[in-house]
Design a protein around this ligand. Sequence first.
Ligand SMILES: [Fe+2]
Ligand SMILES: [Fe+2]
Length: 143
Amino acid sequence: MHWKEHYALGHAPMDATHQEFTQLTRQLAKTETAGKEAVATAMEALLRHSEQHFAQEDYWMAESGFPPVQCHAREHQRVLASLQNVLRRVKNGHSALGKTAARELESWFERHVATMDTALARHMRQVDYTPAALPETPDICVR
Ligand SMILES: [Fe+2]
Ligand SMILES: [Fe+2]
C-alpha cells in the first residue's frame, strides 16, 4: 500500500499517522513469503499502531465535540477487533491471512479516510481545535 496524494487531509498530525499506517500495511503485505514469525511481527506492529492511531482520533473527537463520534469510534473498534482476530489466527499458523488483511485494510482505509477522517479533519478546522497529544491514560480509554 502506497501513500497517495488524496490521503492528505491538510491536518499534519493525522496525515503523519496515516503515512505510518500505509508504511506498516505495506510492510505486512511484503511478509507474504517470509513465514509465520515475520507476518505475526508485522501484524503486531500494525495492531499497536492502530490502537494508538484510533485512540488519538477518538480523543480528538471527544475533545473537539465531533457530533458523529460514536459512529466513527465504533468503526475503529470494529477494525481493531478484526486485526486482533487476524493476529490470533496468524499465530496459529494461518500466515497467508497477513496478505489478505493488508489488501482489505487498503480498501478499508480508502473509504475511511475519504469519509470519516475527512469529516473529522474538516470539523477540527471549523471549530479551530488545536489537536492535543493523547494523555498517558486518557479517560476515554479507561474501561
Ligand atoms: Fe485515521
Ligand atoms: Fe478514523
